[in-house]
Structures are given as C-alpha cells and as structure tokens.
Design a protein around this ligand. Sequence first.
Ligand SMILES: Cc1cc2nc3c(=O)[nH]c(=O)nc-3n(C[C@H](O)[C@H](O)[C@H](O)COP(=O)(O)OP(=O)(O)OC[C@H]3O[C@@H](n4cnc5c(N)ncnc54)[C@H](O)[C@@H]3O)c2cc1C
Length: 449
Amino acid sequence: MSVAGDAAVETELHEVGETLAAAFPSASRQPLKALDARAMEMASGDRELRAALFRFVDVVPACRSLDDLARHLVGYLEEVSETPPPLSAAMRMSGTRAGRAALGAAAAGGVRHLAHRFIVGETPAAALGTLRKLWERGVASSVDLLGEATVTEAEADRYAKRCLDAVERLSSATRGWPDRPVLEADGIGPLPRANVCVKVSALTPLLRPDAPERGRLDAAGRLRPLLRAAQASGAHLHIDMESLDSREAVLELVLDLLDEDEFREGPSAGLVLQAYLRDSPAQLEQIVTWARATPRVPPLTVRLVKGAYWDHELVQARQHGWEVPVFQDKHECDRNFEALTRELLAARPALRVAVASHNLRSVAHAIACNRVGGGEDRDLELQVLRGLGDELQHALAACGFRVRTYCPVGDLVAGMAYLVRRLLENTSNESFLSEQARGVPLEQLLAPP
Ligand SMILES: Cc1cc2nc3c(=O)[nH]c(=O)nc-3n(C[C@H](O)[C@H](O)[C@H](O)COP(=O)(O)OP(=O)(O)OC[C@H]3O[C@@H](n4cnc5c(N)ncnc54)[C@H](O)[C@@H]3O)c2cc1C
C-alpha cells in the first residue's frame, strides 16, 4: 500500500476503533465478568500463584472427590511463598475433613464457573439455546467439539461421530432461525448458518511429524464423511490449526481433499493461518496459489489468527536446539498479522477472509483496510472466542459487522486443555486483553505495533 493509502488506513482505523470501543457493553452491566477479571488480575500479577493455579486446573478432572480436590489445591498453594489473604484463610480450613470438603466444593465450583464462561454446553443439543440467542442478537457461531490429541482409533471414531452428529443437528436446528441478512451472505454468495470446527489431531491417533503420510491418510478416512455430510446439509466445516509439528500434514490433507472431484463444488470449508509463525507469508502464498489454480464454489475460507501455541513452540524449539519458528517480539507478530490481513483481503474472491482476534487494533485495521481498498463490510468476517471476546462481539454486532463467535462444546474434562490455554493467554502480560483490563488508554491500544 502507498504512503497515502497507509495514512488513509490509520485515519479510518482510529474512527473504527473509537466507534467500537464506545459500543462495548459497560462493565457495570456484567458484574460476574468484573469478578472474573479481578481473579484474572490477581493470577496475572503473581507468577508463582499463576503457575500453581494452572497446575491445579490441570489435575481437577483426575480428582475423585472433593476431599481429593482440596488436598491438591492446598498442595499447590503451599508452593506459593506469599499466599494472598483469602487463600490463606481457605488453606486454614483444610485442616479438618469438613473444612477440606467445603474448600473442595468451592474450588470445584470456581473451576466450573470459569469453564462455563468459555464452554457453551456439554453437547450440541445443550448448546442450541445459547447459539440461537447469539444469532438473534446478530452473532453467528462456530461450534468446536472439545477433545484434543486422540490416542486410539476408537477415540478418533467417537470424535468423528460427534462431529457428524453436530453437523446434522446444527444444520436442521438452524433452518428454523429468523433471517439475519448480515450473517447470511457476502458479495460472493450465501453463507451457511451451521458452522463446525474440527481438529485433525482428534481425527487420528497417527499424526506424527516423523511419519506425516500415515496420519494424513488415516485422518482423510474420517474427514471425507464429514465433508460429505456438510455438503449434503449445507453446513460449513472449518479445520483448526494446531502446533507446528502437524501444520504441513493438516495443510496438505485439507488442500488435497478439497481438490477431489466430489468436493469441487462444496461444501463450504476453511483452514487457519497462524501469523506468529515467521514463515506464514510463504504459507499464505502457497494457499493463494492453490486457491487460484483450484477454483471452488464456494471459495476456501481462511481464518487469520496469531496462534495459540506460542509458549509450546518456543519451549520445544529451545529444548531441541532448533531455530525458534515463532516471532519473539509481540510487535513483530502484530505487524505480520497486519501484512497478512492486507494480502488476504487482496486475494478475494479466490478466498473468503475471516480475521480472528480480540485485539481492537488488529480488528479495526482489518475493517479499515477493507474499506480503504473499496471492499464492503459484508465481505470481511470477524471472529472471536466465547468468553474472551464477548464484549467485542457485542460491539461488532451493534455496529453492523459480520461477527462469528467460536463456541467450544463438551465436558469439563475434555475442555481442560482448552481452558488452560485460554487462561494462559488471558493472563499473559503482553496480551491485548490484559493491557485493556489494566486500563491502557485507547489511543495507545490503537497505536501502530
Ligand atoms: C475465532 C478464533 C479461532 C481461533 N482458532 C485458532 C486456531 O485454529 N489455531 C490457533 O493456533 N489459534 C487459534 N485462535 C487463537 C489465536 O491464535 C490467538 O491465540 C488469540 O486470538 C489471541 O490473539 P489476539 O489477536 O486475540 O490477541 P493479542 O493479545 O493481540 O495477541 C496475543 C497473541 O500474540 C502472540 N504473542 C504473544 N506474545 C508474543 C511474543 N512475545 N512475541 C510474538 N508473539 C507473541 C501469541 O500468538 C498470542 O496468542 C483462535 C482465535 C479466535 C478468536
């Protein structure tokens, strides 16, 4: 983009950012959220406490009783040198059996409360009420069936069956929902109401970096019936991206399958591009080249994210003495996200674009680039995660943008890995949400990275 173009984007971006910020629901109307925010703040301010809480959340599903739960909580908190006063009081309670039971119940309740902020229901049927309410308020959804890293074929079969049921159940339920024109079409054509995300690591136990072919073939056998079901019922199927060691396998799997004759004309399908990876521009080029050489109706949707496995990629590379594959400077990651946003928008109509972020600057930048480049708002989808992006989701819907919320569905045990990742993200000092919660002024939040 030219210098004048860049300036026009910055001007538009500030207007959009200010309008969205003014449309955020006020915190006073959401007392529970404010309470959670204080708990999060306490956890982010103390590294030892944060580590202890993460270890605790990890063992909750394995605890057999409340007594067990309380013993673990006390055990982890004993490692924290200066326990905050409310926790010290709780720990004193744990001296007796009755005290431990009360403490265990409170801890289990706390974890469950936190989980419900991120997880919409235990099954797609149980989630339908919430999904419909979102739709009525102008928010589309994408259902993610919790369950990661399958280790047996039977688990993979069960996950595939749950995905199949979700595609069918959501497709039939959403037919009765009221019209929401903003959510149902863009300049390319109609957009499915039912939208389901799948993880390849849950579709096969054989996904290994040293033998990608076996995992790919095994996953393809379970993904094909899902694509057929989505095609038959008019649903969208989105394949999430996980850690780097499975990226090539996932990318090849999706592009190869969508290239098969039976999938050339549907279903609507998508994949994910992670901007924290240094080589993501080359990956985008590969996807755009594929999309131009393989015209599909409807086109492939690309969801742009920063990436949820930052700590994992960093630790793994350091342990093995590999070159670190992710940016280590947050500003570099944000700048790359903006560069990829511009390239993705320019690749339309060969692709559909979904920008997934809770960062007001990243989101306002995408909207501004689209407008300055002559695009219509409906030709850009904005996506947020349930529990982290609720305020932004309401603001986007109130301002008439096309917004989709990613809604995990499943039980607490299956959701624990997901929950821990979201907590880590939310309490990291460099995260946009934590800056926003600390009261960093809007002008600074919207400044170029
Ligand atoms: C709808 C939706 C779907 C998603 N699907 C996926 C998916 O399929 N796969 C996936 O991996 N993630 C996925 N994510 C998560 C996403 O990758 C981000 O982790 C999350 O959205 C936080 O980024 P942000 O732009 O909202 O916030 P920001 O606070 O602006 O960015 C935080 C992100 O910046 C990066 N980061 C943090 N510290 C540094 C640093 N020191 N140097 C460089 N980079 C750093 C990390 O990626 C971190 O998550 C999804 C998110 C959404 C909203």
